[in-house]
Ligand binder design. Structure first.
Ligand code: SAH
Length: 209
């Protein structure tokens, strides 16, 4: 349906969306709304799992291919990480995704969902402040933030490969933000593209809102 409406242009994104069952990543009382195109609450945490169209747009903005090493800030339900995992796997040439989550309850939730969906070999969920990145596993080909922050956290830019891209909702909480893609051209040159307007939960942590 999303493809027919012209919303999905990238074949890898389309394949991932069809492969990963969103219902496995929702709190039980929301399973019947799994394919309604709006965000859903993650238990009583005040956090949300993004609407399906937004998760697909993120896949497209990341320009994924098999073998990439990806860092996600904000595991939430683990659904976006699973979609990314589906896009970076291909037999021998399979990448890995590290996903950092600051709310302990959601770390457990994401891990359980990822295991149920069968992606545990491709995704490592870690508890902590994702704005500090994960220096021990850096550098990354792609970095995605699923919460909105005021600026690009400096440690994340440092941990991005040359030619790598970082996608994040940029802006203050409560207002619309702009989904922005940063492309690291060299150690001291970064290109910035504004992609679309979005509304995400606030990024917490040292370089958060
Ligand atoms: N990608 C998620 C959506 C998550 S909503 C999914 O597919 O379900 C944003 C998440 O970012 C929330 O779970 C929130 O707790 C988390 N978050 C916010 N600031 C963070 C930070 N500094 N480090 C790690 N996680 C953070």
């Amino acid at each position: 349906m999303y493809k027919n409406r012209g919303l999905v242009k990238d074949e890898i994104a389309f394949k991932s969306f069809n492969e990963v069952p969103r219902e496995l990543f929702l709190p039980k009382n929301y399973v019947s709304s799994a394919y309604s195109d709006h965000p859903l609450p993650l238990m009583d945490t005040g956090q949300t799992i993004s609407a399906p169209h937004m998760t697909i747009m993120i896949l497209e903005y990341l320009e994924l291919k098999p073998g990439l090493r990806v860092l996600e800030v904000g595991a939430g339900s683990g659904y976006q990480a699973a979609l990314i995992a589906a896009a970076i796997k291909n037999g021998e040439n399979t990448g890995h995704i590290y996903s950092i989550e600051i709310v302990p309850k959601l770390v457990d939730f994401a891990r359980r969902n990822i295991r149920n969906a069968g992606y545990e070999d491709l995704i490592t969920v870690l508890e902590g402040d994702g704005t500090l990145g994960l220096p021990e596993e850096a550098p990354f080909d792609r970095i995605i933030l699923t919460a909105a922050g005021p600026t690009l956290p400096p440690p994340l830019l440092e941990q991005l490969k040359i030619e790598g891209t970082l996608v994040m909702p940029l802006g203050r909480p409560g207002l619309f933000q702009t989904m922005t893609r940063f492309r690291k051209i060299s150690e001291d040159e970064v290109l910035r593209e504004v992609l679309t307007s979005v509304a995400f939960v606030p990024l917490r942590g040292k370089y958060g809102s």
